[in-house]
Write a protein that binds this ligand. Sequence first.
Ligand code: CA
Length: 255
Amino acid sequence: MPGANLRRTRTVPAGRNPPSLGTYDVMASLRVLVAEDDPAIRELLVHHLSRDGFITVEAPDGNAALRHGRDGVALIVLDVGLPGVDGFDVARTLRREGHSAPILMLTARADEIDRIVGLELGADDYVVKPFSPREIVARVRAILRRSGQPHEPGPQLLRFGRLEIDDRAREVRVDGNSVGLKPREFALLRALADRPGLALSRDALLERVWGYDFDGDQRTVDVHVRRLRMKLEEQSGLPACVHTIHGFGYKFTQP
Ligand code: CA
């Protein structure tokens, strides 16, 4: 959408929307697929891309990358060395099937660079490991700009039906009415809503919302989820949107 003002709320076209998410309005958000088998690298990329306002989808292997790539995403960050189907074959297959999402390839080896460039797999850019996550985010933005899908980083408004999460006002609204959330409650909901449908572990949530240095325990997350549910569901009449994954953590779905 060249020249589109992404600060306006727009509806994600049905074809680009995975069925599991239902329909939702997203402002200034684009879905980026992160296909990387190393969980530490994947988590790092997801963290930085999410913080920059992107909605991320994760794939730990080649088959998952193909599945999400076919669902439709704005861009694919694609590791060459993926288990199952490797990054080269993922790129080739998606291109052959007519999927045109830009691809940023991650490689660990010089000889792979020759193949990325030489085979014309349809990759738009590549980065050699080790890399800085900031560099990846900058490249992702540059590629989207070049491909006519400019991304305005920073504060945004996420809209899920009756629920709005407004970064600029640090406010959550149901039916337009402000729900009084404390900062940690807001951050927790924001972290969950960043990745609708994906389960996040208590540890991941602790790290994201309370930070690496936090030395409390996992029950902290449970306590805050309880308060969130009380405010959103009991006080504001919203259907359940934060779901318990027993023995693991929580996930967000559109209420
Ligand atoms: Ca790898």
